[in-house]
Design a protein around this ligand. Structure first.
Ligand code: NAP
Length: 236
């Protein structure tokens, strides 16, 4: 049994991670911006009781990050796995503005959530990952962040936020290698969620089942790699 902290667990991939880890008997700290509106997490709480802790965390808020860290460390909670999953496609949560209408506010919002928050959260929660069995940090990136695979135009803020997340992850993996903390980025596939849309070819359950298998298989030898949900390595 391991303990997993997940960001953006109110819906989409984060909620499905929570469900699948709980179903196999792990402990989950499911974090979200507005726990009072996270009805599906509340329902899971009834079934899984103490194994599920629902906590408030806006990944862009320094105070929110500090409050949660203090709360967990006061209770001497350790985590084996941190999943930085929360993400946005644009500042208004729809497709980003097209070329010709780009604006710095949109870039700023997307970078805050997708790029800056994962590294700041990893830095803050690092003490909770020390002295546990096989500690891991998984940042949910995207094929859109792969420069080598880029063929389309548009999506400037989102795709570059994920490229930068990839670089942050690689750098962090070097930072934490001596501590034997495995750090990777994973592309979940194009998945049916609010972000992925209903035309996405991949069902949520399959994507998360695949990612959990990949995470289980990781060792320190894999640190600093970019995988997809089926453990294919992706070119940067
Ligand atoms: N779906 C895909 O096809 C796909 C493909 C490649 C990569 N990804 C990546 O997978 C991850 C999850 O995506 P998804 O498809 O599950 O998206 P989603 O359905 O839109 O869910 C996004 C989640 O992120 C949370 N979030 C957004 N801003 C936040 C903030 N400031 N603080 C805390 N939580 C915040 C949302 O919380 P609220 O409910 O409070 O808004 C929600 O729980 C993202 O990093 C995304 O880039 C998805």
């Amino acid at each position: 049994m391991i303990t997993i902290l997940i960001t953006g667990a109110s819906r989409g991939l984060g909620l499905e991670f929570t469900k699948q880890y709980l179903n196999r008997g792990d402990n989950v700290i499911a974090t979200c911006r507005q726990p009072e509106n996270a009805k599906e997490l509340e329902t899971l709480q009834k079934d899984f009781g103490k194994n599920l802790e629902i906590e408030q965390l806006d990944v862009t808020s320094k105070k929110s990050i500090a409050d949660l860290y203090r709360k967990l460390s006061d209770k001497s909670i350790k985590i084996n796995l941190l999943i930085n999953n929360a993400g946005i496609i644009s500042g208004n949560e729809k497709e980003g503005p097209p070329f010709g209408e780009l604006n710095k506010e949109d870039f700023s919002k997307v970078y805050q959530v997708n790029t800056v928050s994962p590294i700041l959260i990893s830095e803050k929660f690092l003490p909770l990952l020390k002295d546990v069995n096989e500690p891991k940090i998984v940042n949910i990136s995207s094929m859109s962040g792969s420069i080598s695979n880029r063929t389309r135009s548009g999506g400037y803020a989102y795709s570059s936020s994920k490229s930068a997340l990839n670089m942050m992850t690689k750098t962090l993996s070097n930072e934490l290698k001596e501590m034997e903390i495995t750090v990777v980025v994973i592309h979940p596939g194009w998945v049916q969620t609010d972000m992925g849309g209903e035309n996405a070819p991949l069902e949520l359950e399959s994507s998360i089942m695949g990612i959990i298998k990949v995470i289980d298989s990781l060792s320190i030898a894999d640190t600093g790699k970019f995988y997809d949900w089926q453990r294919n390595e992706i070119q940067w």
